[in-house]
Design a protein around this ligand. Structure first.
Ligand SMILES: Cc1ncc(COP(=O)(O)O)c(C=O)c1O
Length: 447
């Protein structure tokens, strides 16, 4: 019978992580939960002074997930927060998040990723997933460390990664997401390309509907990546911000790295997963969650307790009230509805893009997320940055040049366009203008 081992993440923690000390006040918060304890601890404001009597949320009936149970007489689309619930929501709370909200997500992770709650992982809430990714990287990366980034990469991550002390290593993505063959070649050639340097400690990847490429990595590739992670002993930071926006064929969404690691490697604890509520509940609520080995979570919490103290209690309790009414399947049903909206927008955008850009540009049709990564076909040497900041702006069309997604810089012919908000009319005009830019650039090259 095969046994599953649990990776000890402690040797991966950075020296920096040791410098964060438990906050003298917040470190004592858990003791307040001991029955009978009288707390004189925190300088919490008195909630009777807050101006809110109650807060009522009215959910959109056409988008809401089906309630898992309906209390008789209760309107399933109206949720009122008042009394103790509201007082808690308006108050300082636990560093890692509201306990019942965390429990909801831990159950959800078990439901979706089939990972039993065996103590090898826990959920931590953040002010968006980005907050947690940054803190996790601070907890992991030292000056002599190397971090592999799926390239092109989301600039939000690049922004803080570039400010970390380690070295950034590009690993190419292609039309099917992260390319394991390139990953393997980076690793097998490591000693000759980086003599004397330790093997990379981390791989950061966006497996579903990547920002910017729109691609989703198939399960077979994930398996190759997981095997390499074990062989070369690196952690996988799985930034799955667009996982809930899957609109590809029913039943064919690849399982997550978090779901697969035990089965593939006979080992758990190498994958640190980041989920985001930004695209399916609200980006302004600033809620994301990290599923990670407790030793890493505890450093992240230490950083939180010394920086922003905690994620917002109010939005956590708002989200909890909605999610607990929906249940995991109701939430997934809601996500499916959201994803269907993006599929329709993708179809509409691709329709006008094909009409104007056929032969002038190419892209991979996404099955998740909100981006097309368009290659402008001018010549071998096309630099989209020059074209976009010059001609395209003059013509009144704005897109993000691919250079913004390249950790080490360099020229690229790609531009990222988002179809999340744009209506068909303006999209049609935008593609027409982009086509003019490419045509004129071609003519200029020809003269
Ligand atoms: C790939 C990726 N990861 C993370 C984030 C940040 O998500 P959050 O709003 O949860 O911080 C974004 C936001 O656009 C993103 O595109």
């Amino acid at each position: 019978m095969s046994t599953t081992t649990t990776l000890d993440i402690v040797p991966f923690l950075s020296q920096q992580s040791q410098l964060w000390k438990a906050c003298g006040i917040r470190g004592l918060f858990p003791l307040e939960k001991i029955p009978g304890m009288i707390s004189l601890l925190a300088g919490r404001p008195n909630p009777s002074t807050f101006p809110f009597e109650s807060l009522t949320m009215k959910l959109k009936p056409d988008l809401a997930g089906m309630p898992s149970s309906t209390v008789e007489g209760e309107d399933p689309f109206t949720i009122t927060m008042d009394g103790d619930d509201l007082n808690e929501a308006l108050q300082y709370g636990m560093t890692a998040g509201v306990v019942r909200f965390i429990s909801w997500m831990e159950n959800f992770q078990t439901h979706v990723h089939k990972r039993v709650a065996d103590g090898s992982w826990s959920v931590t809430v953040g002010s968006g997933s980005q907050d947690l990714m940054h803190k996790a990287c601070v907890a992991l990366v030292d000056e002599d460390d190397s971090v592999m980034l799926e390239t092109p990469v989301y600039p939000g991550t690049l922004g803080f990664m570039a400010a970390l002390p380690g070295t950034l290593i590009e690993v190419n993505a292609d039309t099917q997401g992260l390319n394991p063959t390139h990953l393997e070649s980076v690793l097998t050639n490591w000693e000759s390309t980086h003599p004397g340097k330790r093997f990379p400690k981390l791989l950061y990847t966006i497996p579903s509907g990547s920002n910017p490429t729109g691609t989703s990595i198939p399960e077979a590739r994930k398996i190759e990546v997981l095997k390499l992670a074990k062989k070369y002993n690196f952690l996988i930071l799985e930034d799955d911000a667009y996982a809930f926006l899957y609109y590809g064929p029913e039943g064919q969404q690849a399982r997550s790295y978090f779901a697969l690691e035990g089965e593939i490697n006979g080992e758990i604890g190498r994958v640190v997963r980041f989920d985001s509520f930004s695209k399916v509940l609200s980006s302004g609520m600033r809620l994301g969650f990290m599923t990670a080995p407790p030793a890493l979570a505890s450093v992240v919490n230490m950083i939180t307790s010394n920086t922003n103290l905690q994620p917002a209690t109010l939005t956590q309790i708002m989200a909890y009230n909605i999610l607990s009414r929906w249940g995991p399947d109701g939430f997934l049903a809601h996500c499916k509805g959201v994803a269907a909206t993006y599929r329709a927008r993708r179809d509409a955008f691709e329709g006008v893009a094909r009409k104007h850009l056929e032969g002038l540009a190419e892209w991979t049709t996404p099955v998740a997320g909100m981006f097309l990564y368009i290659k402008l076909l001018v010549d071998e040497d096309t630099d989209s940055a020059a074209l976009i900041s010059g001609k395209a702006v003059e013509k009144g069309v704005l897109a993000v040049p691919g250079a913004a997604f390249m950790p080490l810089g360099g020229k690229t012919p790609y531009v990222r366009v988002s179809f999340s908000l744009i209506e068909e009319g303006p999209a049609d005009e935008a593609c027409r203008r982009l086509a003019e830019v490419v045509r004129e650039a071609r003519e200029e090259k020809a003269t």
